[in-house]
Design a protein around this ligand. Structure first.
Ligand code: SF4
Length: 303
């Protein structure tokens, strides 16, 4: 049985994904986020007893034969994958194997300032970094980082990396009630996002049992906060039950909606009724709006 490869899952944000877990036995992370789906654990600076590159690649080759239809290979860990000491070598070997699939990494962003990590990540197709708060005190309380992590250095590293990265960078903000759920938090985050310039911003909240007692915010709160992200396609990763009922919007209203911010295909399916979706397609045919891809998600936006 494969130790480092998880069976494919359908990720709404990235497509059909085959996971590589670089710390299958225990949580090894330099954060201990209040909302973590794994049990709380002491933070670490490096993955101890890391799997060998050969071992991971052998299992991956087998899994790719068994599951040829996946969209992405996702580098993750029971913790933080950039703490894996052979990351650059592993990325190089995966790239030799992956064919037309994309390679994705889900990172908390803490080590992006490190030149070795940047070098390894340059070989990846989609890099997802987290940034829950730009307020040092909130970041510290919510993500509970190892003492070696420095928020300012992290943000500067994201900006620097984005300047040299040729593929797709996604920033993720996870919102927790009474921690990072105010307009002011998002105004500040928007300023950072304008510096970092990711292809897409994902906003989500807790939707599974968490390590510590913290609460999710409502879908409406995510929607309101997302309006502060002004210049970047934003995807709200919402819980199924949180969706709104579809509305009937005129062409003018649809254009106004897209002026506010680009809307993903899924947002459109949730927000617009059948008739309005036909209007949207007409606007597309007429060249008044366009469709762009940001890290495997399609968005409608104004031309
Ligand atoms: S960064 Fe991810 S794995 Fe690490 S504690 Fe936070 S949620 Fe858990």
């Amino acid at each position: 049985m494969a130790k480092f490869i998880s069976p494919p899952i359908l990720s709404r944000r990235f497509g059909r994904s085959l996971g590589i877990d670089l710390s299958p036995d225990e949580k090894q992370c330099n954060f201990d986020c209040l909302y973590c789906e794994l049990r709380g654990a002491k933070t670490v600076e490096i993955i101890q007893n890391p799997p060998s590159v050969e071992g991971v690649i052998k299992e991956l080759a087998e899994a790719l034969r068994k599951f040829p239809d996946i969209d992405v290979i996702t580098l993750t860990a029971n913790g933080e994958p950039t703490l894996y000491p052979h990351l650059k070598e592993l990325v190089g070997e995966i790239n030799k194997l992956k064919g037309g699939k994309k390679l994705l990494i889900l990172s908390n962003g803490s080590r992006i300032y490190d030149k070795n990590v940047q070098e390894a990540l340059l070989g990846i197709d989609i890099v997802k970094l987290s940034l829950d708060s730009a307020v040092p005190n909130t970041f510290k309380k919510l993500d509970r980082p190892h003492k070696s992590v420095n928020l300012e250095q992290m943000i500067e590293g994201m900006r620097e990396f984005s300047g040299v990265f040729k593929n797709e960078l996604v920033l993720e903000i996870l919102v927790v009630e009474n921690f990072n759920d105010t307009r002011d938090d998002f105004i500040l985050l928007n300023a950072i996002i304008n510096l970092v310039k990711p292809a897409r911003v994902d906003i989500s909240t807790i939707d599974r049992p968490s390590a510590y007692k913290v609460k999710a915010v409502s879908y409406d709160t995510l929607e309101i906060l997302s309006r502060e992200i002004k210049n970047t396609p934003t995807l709200i990763a919402k819980r199924e039950e949180g969706g709104k009922s579809a509305s009937n919007l005129s062409e003018e209203e649809i254009l106004r909606l897209l002026k506010m911010r680009p809307q993903s295909e899924r947002d459109v399916q949730n927000l617009l009724d059948d008739e309005s979706q036909k209007r949207l397609e007409r606007l597309l045919e007429e060249g008044k709006i366009t469709k762009i891809s940001a890290a495997n998600v399609l968005f409608y936006k104004l031309c």
